[in-house]
Design a protein around this ligand. Structure first.
Ligand SMILES: *Cc1c(COP(=O)(O)O)cnc(C)c1O
Ligand SMILES: [Zn+2]
Length: 559
């Protein structure tokens, strides 16, 4: 093999050596913690021009990856995932700059595709034939797909917590699955033992060179996508822009370590002007990093018995990954570490699906729940640009989040009954699907996007007949005509405002009793609050209410 155009630098003794996948530690001091150093000035001078002619996929940045000549025959569609502007979520949370990096759209539907694609390419180049991974599911699935395509034998050690459907997904690619009854940390230990016994290559997450390097491509893509928000054209020299925040659900920490390194390299090449603040979100029942961060410690205490249903995030002992991550965060723009409950994550799955049309796995929803928390506690400001890594969707989650009545059953009437009976039977069956009269709700707001948001929230969880009005005059007319069961009312509208609408409704017997929910962006003065007192059922602040809260209120008032 030709010498590679980069060095590996030991983080402990600073010794620089060449890279070879079978040499996982520093030849000088034996440390497993090393990083790749590229000739960044050279790459900064050459790469932008080349980018203009390359497709938008992971290999676009190949000069910044530890693979010499990527084999196009192994390509499965890795990288190049869309960055989606989350308008509706943003409106609900009062921040219009929320973006979702949709990693579900990789070949095996999680961001582990990047890790597997780069590692397998490096192994192929080095002529390695066997690979061992310990996994909570997604790593094993991604490696299995790429190993199958390459002809490398894969051994996957999975904790018995991994759902059977995920295990079968691993096995279908021809990987040897080893089920370990024990924690994820114990699983990693036996996998390591096995790899050593047989002298097989072992993936070791944040300590594996290709893993950390592969995660940088998330940063490169985000910066390019934010740099040209209005175009999908890639035939020109791109501009780059770093967001204010990068948010990710974290287990072992490989993702953010790599992403920060990617932003660091762009900064050094003069492509961007900063490294974003990073928000690390963990499941409350397994949050060793969050605990240590909040106590300002540079080492995390292991969580011996992780208590979370979200097995993807069950790394109890992050070891030195935490220390390294914290160092990198503090040296850049800082950030936050926060935990959320399983319950909050499941609610976030539902919310994202209803608001943005994206169904994600619980681990990815942990990041969304974290976003909500950080916006609400003021750590993320309304004008800051936020990118959330939506890391994956590799399991059917619906069991956990939908109640019992998520589907309505329709049984066809028997085929051999007379035609008229069949018809009657069909109508009777349909009447179980929905009653023919729905509760009637009037939505009054001068901003069409707010009306749409409220409609979307209501329709996601029930059937209503909805009426809309975009100003006070129209609203009064419509409410008199339709006599709805409930009014959702904005206060600030041109000409006839919400206060006047309320005055008129209350002054007339036929409309005086209709319950009213006020949804407003206005900070109310004491005098205004007095004007509303006793005349409305509920007051909600725009940009600060969750869909569930509005729905609960609506259901209560309609009963
Ligand atoms: C692996 C994984 C994570 C955690 O990634 P790390 O950066 O290694 O901590 C989060 N979400 C999903 C869906 C994953 O597969
Ligand atoms: Zn060393």
């Amino acid at each position: 093999m030709m010498p590679l155009p980069f060095d590996i630098e030991c983080l402990d003794c600073g010794y620089r050596s060449n890279y070879h996948p079978t040499q996982p530690t520093c030849p000088m001091c034996g440390s497993a913690w090393r990083e790749v150093r590229y000739d960044l000035p050279q790459i900064a001078a050459d790469l932008p021009k080349k980018l203009a002619r390359r497709p938008f996929d992971l290999w676009r940045y190949r000069e910044l990856l530890p693979v010499q000549s990527p084999d196009p025959n192994l390509y499965l569609g890795e990288g190049g995932t869309p960055l989606i502007h989350a308008h509706n979520l943003g409106m609900m949370l009062g921040n219009n700059n929320i973006y979702i990096k949709d990693e579900r759209q990789g070949p095996t539907t999680s961001f582990k595709d990047r890790q597997a694609a780069v590692t397998i390419a490096a192994l192929k180049e080095a002529g390695i034939a066997d690979l061992v991974v310990a996994s909570t599911g997604n790593v094993a699935i991604a490696y299995s797909a790429y190993a199958a395509r390459t002809g490398i034998k894969c051994w996957a050690f999975l904790t018995s917590l991994v759902p059977a459907s995920k295990m079968r997904e691993v096995a279908i690619y021809g990987t040897q699955v080893v089920k370990v009854t024990g924690s994820y940390d114990q699983t990693k230990k036996v996998a390591s033992e096995f790899a050593q016994q047989h002298d097989f290559y072992q993936d070791s997450g944040a300590r594996s060179i290709p893993c950390v390097e592969s995660m940088k491509t998330i940063a490169f893509e985000i910066a390019e996508q934010l740099g040209q928000p209005d175009s999908t054209v890639v035939d020109e020299i791109p501009s780059f822009k770093a967001p204010d925040w990068y948010i990710q659900a974290v287990s072992g920490g490989m993702g953010p370590i790599g992403v920060i390194k990617g932003f660091q390299e762009m900064l050094e090449m003069g492509w961007t002007d900063k490294i974003p603040a990073v928000a690390i979100i963990q499941a409350e029942g397994c949050a060793p990093m969050v605990h240590a961060w909040k106590q300002d410690r540079d080492q995390a205490l292991p969580v011996k018995n992780p208590q979370t249903l979200i097995e993807t995030l069950a790394t109890g002992d992050p070891g030195r990954s935490y220390t390294l991550l914290r160092q990198k965060m503090l040296a850049a723009s800082g950030g936050a570490m926060e935990s959320v409950t399983d319950e909050e994550a499941f609610r976030a799955i539902h919310l994202l699906a209803k608001m943005e049309g994206m169904s994600v796995e619980p681990a990815a929803a942990v990041a969304i729940a974290g976003l909500i928390k950080l916006i609400r506690n003021g750590q993320i400001k309304p004008d800051e640009t936020v990118v959330i890594n939506c890391t994956g969707h590799t399991m059917p989650v619906e069991n956990n989040i939908l109640g019992d009545n998520w589907a309505r059953n329709l049984v066809f009437p028997t085929q051999n009954a007379p035609a008229q009976k069949q018809e009657e039977g069909l109508l009777a069956a349909l009447s179980h699907v929905a009653s023919d009269r729905f509760p009637r709700i009037a939505i009054v707001d001068d901003m069409p996007e707010v009306r749409t948001l409220v409609k979307r929230i209501l329709q996601s969880q029930g059937a209503y007949t909805l009426f809309e009005a975009s100003n006070g005059r129209e609203a009064i007319e419509m409410i008199r005509r339709e006599l709805p069961n409930l009014v959702i009312l904005d206060l600030m509208m041109p000409e006839v405002d919400g206060f006047s609408v309320l005055d008129t409704l209350k002054s007339q017997p036929e409309t005086a009793e209709i319950p009213v929910i006020v949804v407003t962006a206005k900070e109310l003065t004491p005098a205004e609050k007095e004007r509303l007192k006793g005349r409305i059922q509920s007051l909600m602040q725009k940009g600060d209410f969750m869909s569930d809260e509005l729905l609960d209120e609506v259901r209560t008032l309609l009963n």
